[in-house]
Design a protein. Structure first.
Length: 224
């Protein structure tokens, strides 16, 4: 099997994350951890939606032959979606561009509403995940995203995401104020309220870098 080689410019993992291993290695570890949080030995037979997908998980799935039912990646960056669509020939995997506004990554996109559809038709998923997505969103956009994703989860499915949770802040805070949404920090109470408003219940919350994994605080949520 030919290895999937991602161009360096499409690997947007932080330097500290890259120092922890190749994207294939860290991607595999994160997918295995997520499966365990869902009470599964693997993602085999599960339909996965990765919102803000980047390239890491695709690289891991292809190069490590990770079992998965299906994987749909959505990203605001057309070059990421174009490369993956042209170079990944696994029928389990598909990719879609979502041209939504983000102050850091996509200033020319449209402004989301809670009714904005995703480019996946009426498909619903067992697992919806977001890694380093809420870390770049203001609260209003986080709420819109949580509400949008709620429509695409199976009744028996769930949402797994990471966020920068700070117990020393009482309100939403830009940790790098000179660069909008470069690092969006949330008090836990605010995130929990946004999730409830969007129809999610937090089943579990784990601290950052659990098991030495390259991620911030991680939430497993189920639909209310």
């Amino acid at each position: 099997m030919n290895k999937l080689v991602i161009p360096r410019e499409l690997n947007q993992n932080a330097p500290g994350v890259q120092a922890m291993g190749t994207p294939t290695e860290t991607g595999q570890r994160l997918l295995e951890h997520m499966a365990r949080r869902f009470g599964r030995g693997s993602l085999d037979s599960l339909d996965v939606l990765d919102f803000g997908c980047g390239t890491r998980f695709t690289e891991a799935i292809v190069n490590s032959q990770i079992p998965i039912g299906s994987y749909v990646g959505i990203d605001t960056q057309p070059n990421v979606v174009q490369f993956l669509s042209q170079n990944v020939h696994d029928p389990r995997l598909s990719f879609h561009h979502f041209n939504a506004y983000n102050a850091l990554y996509n200033r020319g996109g449209f402004v989301m509403t809670e009714d904005t559809p995703l480019p996946v038709g009426d498909k619903q998923f067992d697992v919806i995940c977001m890694f380093s997505v809420i870390t770049h969103q203001v609260p209003d956009d986080s709420l819109r995203i949580f509400k949008i994703l709620r429509r695409y989860v199976k009744r028996s499915g769930g949402l797994f995401f990471t966020a920068d949770v700070r117990d020393d802040f009482d309100v939403y805070t830009e940790e790098i104020p000179d660069i909008p949404v470069q690092l969006s920090a949330y008090p836990l109470e605010l995130l929990a309220r946004l999730l409830r408003l969007a129809g999610w219940h937090v089943r579990s919350l784990e601290p950052r870098t659990i098991d030495g994994l390259p991620m911030m605080e991680s939430f497993l949520c189920v639909p209310i």
